[in-house]
Design a protein around this ligand. Structure first.
Ligand code: ACO
Length: 335
């Protein structure tokens, strides 16, 4: 059986830096509140005149990943694209990226698992590679969240948390044992779907045409969240699913060289780190710079570390995520 090895990663974020002080001018919030509750100092938003999209960020991130892997778009067999903020309601952003990269008629599919999206996408790609169906797959996490955020006091609970960004990873088949993605572990619990969601445009219990609904309500088109319930579940599920991955591979937290937690809140990351008893130099956070970039978070973390020369052959990386759905997931990667 084949295994999947990551041979290149890349990321792209819009140029426009939005600091907490910038948000203070738009809503009743403070740098102190945001930093104390979340650790976030700044994030990137596509703001005019800079124009972009979820697929365009993915394209730029993919070019970097391809260059680092010394590959061309032609070398890629398929795209798995994770996002909750696609360019269109349908089709997904995967096909747009496929066209931008000039990949002929190669397949592209979108994955909708929100903050866990990148690990879900890695898992889908890994299965294609294990069975021998594809040799190289481009896996994306990319989000343009700024367009859905209400940046007034009314929307401050969500507005300060999120940022735009895109990340890419290229998986390649290898026959080397014990290398690459060791395993992936996926969970979901749909009873909590409306605890963190955007309702419109949706089909849930409509009984009428969308054209009749001319006055979309604010609470339906903007993201809604019960933050404390999400927080409580995140600090339980992320350590749990990391331990599940370690146990499945006969490993313990002491074997981890680098832990990458999904970046929803620095306090969540710190609590998960404490549970796993990991020292600071084995955990990497960048929420301070980018906020929560949902499916893009984990590939951006990987690409950041790649740029810093902090990914070394033989190291064991553990990735864990939790988010809307609820969905949660983990993976272990041996470089
Ligand atoms: N600035 C100032 N005050 C604010 C802000 C703000 N931006 N937002 C909310 N407040 C106020 C509230 O109105 C509330 O005021 P009140 O006490 O007078 O009613 C007070 O601050 C406390 O609000 P809480 O929501 O209780 O604050 P909490 O400590 O829970 O922190 C947070 C909120 C940061 C959102 C936290 O709950 C959290 O991180 N939750 C998890 C987020 C997460 O993991 N999301 C999953 C990923 S996202 C995805 O999957 C798409």
């Amino acid at each position: 059986m084949f295994h999947s090895k990551i041979v290149g990663v890349g990321h792209f974020v819009p140029e426009n830096v939005v600091t907490n002080h910038d948000l203070e001018k738009l809503m009743d919030t403070s740098d102190e509140w945001i930093q104390e509750r979340t650790g976030i100092q700044e994030r990137r938003f596509y703001t005019p005149p800079e124009k972009g999209s979820t697929a365009k960020m993915a394209y730029k991130a993919s070019l970097i990943a391809l260059e680092r892997a010394k590959l061309k778009p032609d070398d890629i067999d398929a795209i798995v694209f994770a996002t909750l903020s696609p360019d269109f309601y349908f089709p997904g952003s995967g096909v747009l990226l496929q066209h931008m990269l000039g990949m002929g008629t190669k397949p592209a599919l979108d994955v909708r698992a929100q903050c866990s999206g990148f690990i879900y996408a890695l898992s889908v790609a890994d299965q294609f590679i294990k069975t021998g169906m594809y040799k190289r797959i481009l896996v994306i996490g990319s989000e343009t969240q700024s367009i859905a955020l209400d940046l007034t006091t009314r929307g401050r609970g969500m507005g300060v948390l999120f940022g735009d960004g895109g990340g890419a990873a290229i998986l390649e088949a290898t026959e080397e044992e014990g290398k690459g993605i060791l395993s992936t572990h996926l969970h979901s619990q749909g009873e909590f779907a409306d605890v963190l969601c955007i309702r419109e445009p949706g089909t849930n219990e409509k009984g009428h045409s969308v054209y009749e609904n001319q006055h979309l309500q604010f609470d339906k088109i903007s993201p809604q969240m019960d933050g404390q319930l999400v927080f409580k579940n995140a600090i339980k599920r992320m350590p749990e699913v990391t331990m599940e991955a370690l146990q499945a591979n006969g490993l313990t937290p002491a074997d981890i060289d680098m832990f990458l937690p999904h970046q929803a809140n620095l306090r969540i990351s710190q609590m998960v780190q404490k549970f796993l008893r990991l020292p600071d130099d084995k955990v990497y956070n960048n929420i301070q710079k980018y906020g929560n970039t949902t499916a893009a978070t984990l590939p951006i973390l990987l690409s950041d570390l790649w740029e810093q020369g902090r990914i070394k052959e033989g190291q064991l990386f553990a990735l864990a995520a939790f988010g809307s759905g609820f969905t949660w997931a983990s993976t272990l990667i041996r470089w």
